[in-house]
Design a protein around this ligand. Structure first.
Ligand code: ZN
Length: 304
């Protein structure tokens, strides 16, 4: 089993310029590049005449004005949010003030939000985000002659939705499956068991194209989803191997698996390892010394 995932990162981006990426779908990339956003957040315009935006992106004046310019002469009917992380949803109210349109998302979740490591504060989540309309799995959204099926795909975030363009075998995957990297699963915001179940659900579909929240179009969706699943299984095995060798704390496991990486990435790596250990503990394959699973627990394997 290999950890290598092949991504096409050679894409050119013209910030603010709409590009047709599928029939009836235009993409505008926000100028918010970074370690978790790649070149920036993708906002998609779905439909012609009557248009929905999938992810308005950050509250960035130039980006929102680019969206407004692109839909000039058309009617914005919906502002759809894949999940309430600030790089996807912050621009929603400002865009609505400019163009109208109903803001729709999964809505508030009961679970605790954010991430627990000091370097990854709660800042990337908008816990107060409330849409005009809540959507749930199985709902549909009509945009002119187009229909989007709503798929609840928790894992990266508890409120994560994907939107499937009916009859086009095309899915807007947000941060659930991305075009440039593996997805961050950071507890308690992220949940590995949910994430893997959501990937298995995508495997059962036979889509042709994924349009992710960051990075380019994914033209081999089944292969990428399978690689995501294999990557997580491989990672789980490497963590179990650490425990077999008596390496039982998260900082030690991160040191062994990632070597010397900078402090910010170390926090993200620690949370990713925690997400795996939570999933292993839930299946009684590992046990935590403290009883509860946390960044400070000492873990032992129960497989041998
Ligand atoms: Zn996200």
């Amino acid at each position: 089993m290999s950890a290598e995932l092949a991504f096409n990162r050679n894409i050119d981006v013209d910030y603010g310029v709409p590009e047709e990426v599928a029939p009836c779908v235009r993409r505008i990339v926000a100028n918010n590049p970074g370690p978790y956003t790649f070149l920036g957040t993708n906002s998609y315009l779905v439909g012609t005449g009557r248009v929905a935006v999938v992810d308005p992106g950050p509250e960035d004046k130039a980006h929102l004005e680019a969206i407004a310019k692109a839909v000039k002469g058309e009617r914005l009917t919906h502002i759809l949010i894949t999940h309430s992380h600030r790089d996807h949803c912050d621009g929603a109210r400002a865009l609505q003030a400019m163009l109208g349109g109903e803001i729709a998302s999964f809505g508030p979740t009961a679970s605790q939000r954010g991430a627990v490591a000091p370097g990854l504060s709660y800042a990337f989540v908008d816990p107060a985000f409330v849409p005009d309309r809540t959507l749930t799995d199985g709902d549909t959204v009509r945009i002119g002659t187009l229909t989007l099926d709503v798929l609840h795909m928790p894992g990266h975030a508890p409120d994560h939705l994907c939107f499937a363009l009916v009859g086009k075998r095309t899915v807007f995957t947000g941060d659930h499956v991305m075009g440039w990297n593996t997805t961050v699963i950071a507890p308690p915001e992220g949940n590995m068991a949910d994430f893997l179940a959501s990937l298995e659900r995508l495997m059962l579909r036979h889509d042709k194209t994924f349009l992710p929240g960051h990075g380019g179009r994914v033209q081999t969706p089944q292969r990428v989803v399978k690689a995501y699943i294999m990557h997580r299984k491989w990672r789980e095995q490497t963590i179990l191997a650490c425990l077999e060798d008596g390496i039982g704390t998260i900082p030690q496991i991160v040191e062994r698996l990632y070597g010397s990486i900078d402090a910010g990435l170390k926090d993200a790596a620690a949370l990713s390892v925690l997400a795996h250990l939570e999933h292993l503990a839930a299946r009684e394959l590992v046990a935590a010394s403290t009883g509860s699973v946390s960044l400070r627990s000492v873990f032992v394997s129960r497989t041998s």
